[in-house]
Design a protein around this ligand. Structure first.
Ligand code: ADP
Length: 594
């Protein structure tokens, strides 16, 4: 770049000098020639004009007995060589015959081949004065007709312009020398110019290269106030603005990248040719695969929509896919990027939604089923009673009425449980917090079940840690949970079993645990035990008056207290279930997890 700019400068300077010299030279040489011609004719005019009467008269006056007038004119002319500027070398005079133009005499011999008839001689032959000269010709001449005595002659002055030519040659030589000197000066000047122009440009180029590599920190020194100085200033301003802009863009990109990396939804982007360009960890998790550069759309999503179809779609296309039991909702949309574009696949895990939907469906089916069973019983017993009221023994009728009452109690029970759950769901259920001794609540529950447990022949024991603190909680609800898990232990432990109630305090929490050696819960059902209406053995549960809602309500109550209810992991037989509560109650206004 430097070399080429330098060369250009040298070339411009040289061309400038050459052009200047050529123009000056041509002008000068032309002027010299013009001046010389003018000088020649003014000299001739002076010599032959009216101012020089003696000379003209001498030329015209014939002497008596004169034989050769031409020779006489020659003699007169030779006396006036000074006036005519005749030097015999570059300028000569000739006396020609006035009728033929033939050479008679002259300051030199006639040129070989004789004197050629120039336009001026031709004019003189006609009796006119020939005083014109062609600038382009290599001579200049003047032909003056002279009548001496009876005879006509022509005085012919011929200048071969040798003087002009040698003058011009010398001038040409001088111009050439000046040209050579000018070129040397111009080359030196071009170096100087190159130094003042190219060096700052070089600095700018280096600065630009650094900016291109992402280093905006250096600002260039402004060394002049000229255009290059302004350019340097503009460059510094541009670099600063670029730094700010790049930082903002970088920041934005980092933000987007963080979002992209940590967003819960999966994103896979494909370029115009269908190759993967981006994929976030969520997408890899959901699709159970790792993306590598070069992975193709055809191998991943072609079963949903062909690539071309997505690319030309005006609105996102949606599809669904099940991967390893997970329900995925996929949105496929085209995007355009610098006229290139590609396809974006957004993946949303809708498993939970599906499960909730499924649970809701099951719940409705369960509620209908649970209510229909007692209703059917009530109806059939009531019909039997109506049909044979008079024939039935009073005891049987009483038993029937007992069943009807039991079934309606069961229905009331179910409806009450459902109402409780619905209050939890809608957030309308408020805790009535109170401070009460936890040990007392446990003892009361133990006492409430003691007789029933003994009736079933269970070994029913209570193991209380000493000095249990008072806790802040909704006493009625907490006791409801205790009652539920103890009653389950009694219900699902065959007669003659063993049930242990224990309670204690650890950290800022109290706990209550019920261990039995009953039928326990099979491994596969343990996770679902807190679901609504879930019962391991439906018939048995219903027989024992269970609704399958007890544990889910108990779990909700514990969650509301920011406590917990869970199955203790231990080998069978039987089951261990444990509840935990914070001593100081739930934090005020804290949301609880369901
Ligand atoms: P239910 O009113 O049917 O007892 P729960 O929600 O209290 O409903 O309990 C749900 C199911 O959990 C019961 O139907 C039963 O199958 C099982 N279960 C609860 N506690 C025990 C236990 N101590 N031993 C064995 N199974 C239990």
């Amino acid at each position: 770049m430097r070399r080429s700019l330098h060369m250009k400068l040298v070339l411009i300077m040289v061309l400038l000098i050459v052009a200047l010299m050529v123009v000056t030279g041509a002008f000068l040489m032309n002027s010299v020639t013009g001046y010389y011609i003018n000088d020649f004719y003014s000299q001739m005019a002076t010599a032959f004009g009216q101012g020089n009467v003696d000379f003209v008269r001498d030329l015209q006056t014939a002497e008596e007995g004169e034989v050769e007038g031409g020779a006489r004119i020659g003699e007169v002319l030779s006396a006036y060589v000074g006036v005519l500027g005749v030097d015999g070398r570059t300028r000569n005079y000739y006396v020609l015959d006035g009728a033929t133009g033939r050479y008679i005499t002259g300051s030199s011999e006639a040129p070989r081949g004789g004197i050629s008839i120039t336009p001026n001689i031709a004019a003189a032959l006609l009796g006119e004065v020939g005083f014109d000269s062609d600038v382009t010709a290599d001579y200049m001449d003047a032909a003056i007709p002279i009548t001496r005595g009876e005879t006509n002659y022509i005085v012919y002055i011929l200048d071969n312009r040798e003087t002009v030519r040698s003058l011009n040659a010398e001038m040409f030589q001088l111009i050439l020398e000046a040209l050579a000197l000018g070129m040397v000066i111009s080359i030196l000047l071009s170096f100087l110019l190159a130094k003042t122009m190219v060096n700052p440009l070089q600095r700018l180029t280096r600065g630009l290269e650094e900016v291109a590599e992402g280093d905006f920190s250096k600002s260039l020194e402004v060394t002049s106030q000229d255009e290059i100085g302004q350019l340097t200033e503009s460059f510094n301003t541009m670099a600063q603005q670029l730094e700010t802009t790049v930082a903002a863009v970088e920041n934005e990109r980092n933000k987007l990248n963080t979002l992209f990396q940590h967003m819960a939804d999966g994103v896979v982007a494909f370029d115009h040719a269908g190759g993967v360009i981006h994929a976030n960890p969520a997408a890899e998790d959901m699709l159970h695969c790792t993306f590598a550069e070069g992975d193709r759309y055809e191998n991943l999503f072609d079963d949903l929509f062909p690539f071309e179809r997505v690319e030309s779609a005006s609105a996102p296309l949606s599809a669904e896919r099940v991967v390893d039991g997970q329900y995925l909702e996929l949105l496929l949309a085209p995007f355009s990027h610098g006229g290139q574009g590609g396809v974006l696949v957004l993946i949303h895990d809708v498993t939970q939604q599906r499960q909730v939907e499924q649970m809701r469906k099951e719940f409705v089916a369960n509620v209908s089923h649970e209510l229909r069973t007692p209703l059917t019983n009530i109806r059939s017993y009531a019909e039997t009673l109506e049909d044979g009221l008079s024939d039935l023994p009073p005891q049987t009728a009483k038993n029937f009425l007992g069943v009807i009452l039991n079934e309606s109690d069961r229905m009331t029970h179910i409806v009450q449980d459902l109402l409780t759950l619905s209050r939890f769901d809608s957030g309308r259920s408020e805790l009535h917090l109170d401070r009460f001794p936890f040990a007392k609540a446990v003892e009361d529950t133990y006492q409430a079940f003691l007789m029933d447990a003994q009736k079933h022949g269970h070994a029913f024991n209570l193991n209380l840690q000493e000095k249990l603190p008072a806790i802040t909680a909704d006493r009625e609800r907490v006791v409801q949970v205790m009652v539920n898990i103890v009653s389950n232990a009694v219900k699902y432990t065959p007669d003659g079993g063993s049930i242990l109630l224990s309670a204690g305090h650890s950290g800022d929490r109290v706990w209550f645990q019920v261990d039995d050696n009953g039928i326990g819960i099979p491994e596969g059902d343990r996770d679902r035990i807190f679901e609504r209406f879930y019962r391991v053995d439906k018939a048995r549960s219903r027989q024992s008056g269970g609704t399958g809602l007890g544990l889910s309500i108990a779990k909700e109550i514990m969650a509301q207290h920011e406590g917990d209810l869970f199955l203790v992991d231990r080998a069978g037989p039987g089951l261990s279930i444990r509840m935990e509560l914070p001593v100081s109650g739930p934090r005020k206004g804290a949301a609880y997890e369901r």
